[in-house]
Design a protein around this ligand. Structure first.
Ligand SMILES: Cc1cc2nc3c(=O)[nH]c(=O)nc-3n(C[C@H](O)[C@H](O)[C@H](O)COP(=O)(O)OP(=O)(O)OC[C@H]3O[C@@H](n4cnc5c(N)ncnc54)[C@H](O)[C@@H]3O)c2cc1C
Length: 380
């Protein structure tokens, strides 16, 4: 049976998140964006409402819900502010490697830490000289007795300065590429962890994106997630589970841009009538609505496939790529619908356009998504 309807429980979750976003996120979005403030207190409220850690199993204190529910929540949060949403969704990225590759003991410890009280963890894969080419990372982990010594710099760590621990990828066998990459959990208060410069970004400014230096950081062997050399696989499997969430955030940005544009087009008059009566504007709104809905369908499909236990690598790349491009196009059109006012910070659409851009960049650029899609088409 095919159904496009949300269940009663999913509708309730959507309504609850929408109310939270209207009351807590939207009123705070402008100044968090302007001042680059990380919304710790608002994220703590989201935690109390059960809007964080939702795919972590009940056994570890999580919401025990599916990726469909995660997509529903994430769209709403990003509708309010995609930058603030990072503080409430970052655990989705950092916890998945532990869910995929961790032992029972590691899950109890690290997932349990995320669900016991409000706190966040960050994902450290990218480096200053290794983004798309993640297998080219240079951070090293050297085994010395019962611990590893970590050295290197991680770049673009979302939420990094506010995290309690890091899920980090390092090479235990330099020179052997992706086959040498291993995953670790590093407590943020470990000696040798130094939070570096915070990026002054174009958009998603409330997300606290930092560089982090790891100098002679000692971590016990029991902090290794999975076997040596299995880290790259864990990182890629993680993206299969998290890219639908990125797509959902892009849908949130697109839907907000559309709704703001529909409202404004009916209010703004030119040549004696609302601009919404001009076919040129109507066609733009129609294309925006079409693309938001198409992106949501791809997003839901890729999330649903995870919940069905079906491999979704191609579909999640399609969803992330299409939704990211959609958010950029739709938010740019929203600025156009607003005319000169769209270019002013007094109206919300310029922020949507700035926030949209990175949806084409992080968790694998949209060029990389196209490479993945093409590889599946050509190589099966
Ligand atoms: C706001 C923000 C938050 C982020 N958060 C995190 C995080 O929490 N954790 C984390 O680990 N990383 C994070 N990242 C890093 C992000 O995933 C990388 O920026 C991204 O993967 C691209 O890598 P790069 O910036 O090194 O670009 P590069 O890899 O240098 O790419 C530059 C350009 O070249 C293109 N390109 C590269 N290789 C190819 C190719 N083979 N074919 C075609 N085109 C190619 C790219 O598409 C891009 O257009 C974040 C980035 C940003 C901006």
């Amino acid at each position: 049976m095919v159904s496009f309807a949300l269940s009663e429980e999913q509708q309730m979750l959507e309504a609850m998140t929408r109310e939270f976003v209207a009351n807590e996120v939207i009123p705070a979005a402008e100044h968090h964006d302007r001042d680059g403030l990380y919304p710790t207190e608002i994220a703590a409220k989201a935690f109390e409402l059960g809007l964080m850690n939702i795919t972590i199993a009940d056994a570890y204190g999580g919401g025990d819900l599916g990726h469909m529910e995660e997509a529903i929540i994430t769209e709403e949060l990003a509708y309010g502010c995609a930058g603030m949403a990072i503080s409430m969704t970052v655990n989705n990225l950092s916890s998945v490697p532990i869910q995929i590759g961790g032992t029972e003991e590691q899950k109890q410890k690290w997932l349990g830490m995320l669900t016991e009280e409000h706190c966040t963890a960050s994902y450290c894969l990218s480096e200053p000289d290794a983004g798309s080419d993640a297998a080219g990372l240079r951070t090293t982990a050297v085994l010395q007795g019962d611990h590893y010594v970590i050295n290197g710099t991680k770049a673009w760590v979302s939420g990094g300065a506010h995290s309690r621990f890091f899920t980090l990828f390092a090479t235990t066998d330099p020179g052997s590429g992706y086959e040498g990459i291993t995953c670790f959990v590093i407590p943020a208060d470990a000696e040798g962890v130094e939070i570096g410069k915070k990026e002054d970004m174009m958009g998603q400014r409330a997300s606290n994106t930092v560089f982090i230096n790891f100098q002679d950081v000692k971590v016990p062997v029991e902090n290794r997630i999975g076997d040596e050399g299995k880290g790259f696989q864990i990182a890629m499997k993680t993206f299969d589970r998290t890219r639908p969430g990125v797509a959902a955030a892009a849908v949130g940005i697109g839907r907000r841009a559309l709704e703001e544009s529909v409202r404004y087009a009916q209010e703004r008059k030119a040549f004696g009538k609302p601009i919404a009566r001009q076919q040129a504007i109507q066609f733009m709104l129609a294309d925006m609505a079409r693309d938001v809905e198409a992106a949501r369908l791809l997003t839901y499909q890729s999330a649903w496939m995870i919940d069905q236990g079906t491999r979704n690598t191609k579909q999640c790349s399609m969803a992330k790529c299409f939704a990211g491009d959609m958010a950029m196009r739709v938010s740019t059109d929203a600025v156009q619908v607003f005319g000169g006012y769209g270019y002013s910070k007094e109206y919300p659409v310029e922020k949507l356009m700035r926030d949209a851009k990175v949806m084409q960049i992080y968790e694998g650029t949209n060029q990389i998504q196209r490479i993945i899609i093409a590889r599946h088409l050509l190589e099966g």
